[in-house]
Design a protein around this ligand. Structure first.
Ligand SMILES: Cc1cc2nc3c(=O)[nH]c(=O)nc-3n(C[C@H](O)[C@H](O)[C@H](O)COP(=O)(O)O)c2cc1C
Length: 191
């Protein structure tokens, strides 16, 4: 029998959140779930037929993408009716001190306030500096920002992956356990 169907709806700028969404899907699949990944622009109109949902997005200039906000707001009630989680991808979360983690949390909280959705599970994940994928203005701006928080990471001829992939795996495993427990609890056989 197929495992619980988990929608993973995400928005990306340069593709790093795509990589994270796929990594989460791999882990969910290994744990017995049936993940379905969609970029928000191609997200399903309804969550009927899904047992759980994850929403993910990256922070650009302090905010998540507009399309992700609109989709999430539109589906806030449906999201809240099933096991659900949110993963945020940002450079702020790659700096492991209290001030930066608090800022990453504030960005996520603003998204929850804006959309009216308050997820069961939240992961604040570090992102990547993808200089080779930026146009020159973005490359210049990101180099200046990086010079402040990541002084060694300013060679714009290469990319820097600052994601803690163990943390991604950990989040995915927690989500799988939560989803599977909730699905078993609500299945007719559970009585
Ligand atoms: C133009 C631009 C603006 C960004 N602004 C922020 C920001 O305000 N705060 C932050 O923590 N990270 C910021 N980042 C870093 C991204 O969140 C990070 O690079 C992430 O990995 C991007 O994922 P994506 O490729 O899926 O969009 C910014 C990146 C770019 C390119």
């Amino acid at each position: 029998m197929a495992g619980p169907r988990v929608a993973i709806i995400y928005q990306t700028g340069e593709g790093h959140t795509t990589d994270i969404a796929h990594r989460i899907a791999d882990r969910l699949g290994e744990a017995g779930c049936d993940p379905v990944i969609r970029e928000v622009e191609a997200a399903p109109a309804t969550l009927d037929g899904f047992d759980a949902v994850l929403v993910g997005g990256s922070v650009h200039v302090g905010k998540f993408g507009k399309a992700l906000g609109s989709w999430t707001k539109e589906h806030a009630v449906a999201l809240g009716a099933m096991p659900n989680g949110f993963f945020s991808v940002s450079m702020t979360a790659a700096v492991h001190d209290e001030a930066h983690l608090a800022r990453a949390g504030e960005n996520a909280d603003a998204f929850f306030a804006q959309t009216g959705w308050h997820p069961d599970m939240v992961a604040l994940l570090g992102g990547a500096l993808l200089y080779t994928r930026y146009g020159w203005i973005k490359r210049f701006a990101m180099k200046r920002i990086a010079a402040h928080d990541f002084p060694g990471l300013t060679d714009t001829h290469r990319d820097y992956d600052l994601t803690d992939w163990d943390a991604v795996d950990h989040f995915a495993k927690d989500v799988a356990a939560h989803v599977i427990a909730a699905t078993v609890a609500t299945s007719p056989a559970a009585g």
